[in-house]
Every structure is written in C-alpha cells, then in structure tokens.
Design a binder for this molecule. Sequence first.
Ligand code: AMP
Ligand code: ZN
Ligand code: FE
Ligand code: FE
Length: 277
Amino acid sequence: MLSEFRADLHCHTTCSDGSLSPLEIVQLAQKSGLSGLSITDHDNIDAYATAIPACLQANINLLTGVEFSSTLQDTSVHILAYGFHPENPFIRDFCARHLHRRSARNQGILNLLAKHGMPLTESDLTAATPSLPKAFGRPHIATAMLKKGYVASFQEAFQKFLAEDRPCYTPGIPFSVEESLETIHRANAVAIIAHPHLINNNEVLNVLLNMNFDGIECYYGKFQHDKHERWLKIAKKKNWLVTGGSDFHGINKPLIDLGCSWVDEARFNAIKAKAKG
Ligand code: AMP
Ligand code: ZN
Ligand code: FE
Ligand code: FE
C-alpha cells in the first residue's frame, strides 16, 4: 500500500525565526515521511536557494511559499503566498522592501528598549542567535533580552515589552493587506489568510473574508477537528482553497512538530493548479 501523501505548507527556518536551517528542515520533512512541503519564512524567500535542490534530491514536492506581514485597521494580519517562481521580480522586490521596513522597525524597538534601560547591541543579538538572519524579528530580540537577563523568560519579553500593546513595540510603517494581495497576484501566486483563528478582532476578520483572497488556512498547528470545521465551511462557501500546516519553528515553538498539520494530495494539487507562477 502506498503511504499517505501529506504536505506541510507552513514552517519557518533560520532565514526568519525558526531554529533549523533550510537543509535541516528538508531533512526533517523527509524523516517525518512528508511528501510535500512549503517553507513560509516571514517576509523573505532566502531558504529556497538551498531548499529547491535539497527537495529534488529528497524527492519532496516543494511548493514555493512566504508569509507576508501586513496590517489592517492597526491589526497584524499574516498572509501566505504560494506558487510563485522563486525569481519572480514582484515577490523579490516586495521581500526587499520588507527587509527595509523590518530594519527600521527593529531600530525603533531597540531604541524603545534602550529608553527602558535594556540596551541591546548588535553583538548582543548575534551572541543570542548566531545565525541571526537579515530580516530578524521580535523573537530574536526576545531571545537576546533573555540572554542579557532583562527578563526571566522569552514569554515575559513579549508579555511585558514586545507584544503589540506593550511599551517597547512599534509597528514601523507596515504594508497594507491590499498592497500585499496586489503583489501576490501580480506574481501569479495565490494569497491565503494565515491562521485566521489568531485574528481576534471580528470586524477585521469580516473585512478580510470579503477581500480578494484565494484561500484560507484551515488546518493549523495542533488543531483538533472541531477547530478547523469553522474555516472549512467558510472555504466551501467561498469556493476558496484550503491550506494547512504546522507553523513549525523548531525549538522556538517547542510543542509544535513538523507535519502536525498538513493537506492531502488533492488539496496540494489544487493550490499548485491555481498558482500560475
Ligand atoms: P515580527 O515578525 O518580528 O513582528 O515577530 C512576530 C513573531 O513573534 C510571530 O510570528 C510570533 O512567532 C512571535 N510572537 C508574536 N507575539 C508573541 C507573543 N505574545 N508571545 C510569543 N511570541 C510571539
Ligand atoms: Zn514566526
Ligand atoms: Fe504567522
Ligand atoms: Fe508562521
């Protein structure tokens, strides 16, 4: 009997805030018996230079992906894009602009931390995360705060200082959902609402559900059956693609295993067919 086709379409590498390198993720996917994979780093596609040849060798069906940060009505919205060509200029340019946005935003956060008596230098950051990516994020800052002894835990760094309503957070100048959708569609890729259950502003969720998305992430992390049902119903009603993945971050999210959420071959192929990238 053929083994079941499972594709995990949401995970992070050291190119954003995951703890495994792109090669290590592909090796783990193979070890975990996954047939399909998409790496969805925050705002960059740097993993693909390594992941494309590695997946070919490991016989894993790779779908290109990225998780773009955006904002709607001051609420953070993550948008997954799938199925672009890895050299696509619209995606590459958008990632480059995100890198600038992140650098400025990170400087803003570091300035606020210094004002609150918690200065962090570049070497503090690289000491805490030796593989610090170009487009580093708040989890790297939280790790450095922990290492410097400013907080007693990673969670405390977010709860007291870095979460969206906390004193050392600044959003910088975010990109809108509209601009993200336009870029993704120009690249002939599909645009998916990531982890909709994490959007706790209902008005924002309703606006998103009436925008020009192609699908919604219905299977997520360690979701139980009763949790994904709501999103599957919405996808069916709208004739949207159904996606799913673990949001694996390695040791940075220790309870989540690669492949703990996935889509089957029919759903995987439907995404590939709709993306013309
Ligand atoms: P950034 O993209 O730099 O704004 O960082 C966002 C990432 O930080 C998210 O993808 C999560 O992995 C992590 N994060 C956000 N809020 C929290 C929180 N309250 N506790 C722990 N991690 C968080
Ligand atoms: Zn992340
Ligand atoms: Fe996300
Ligand atoms: Fe994610």
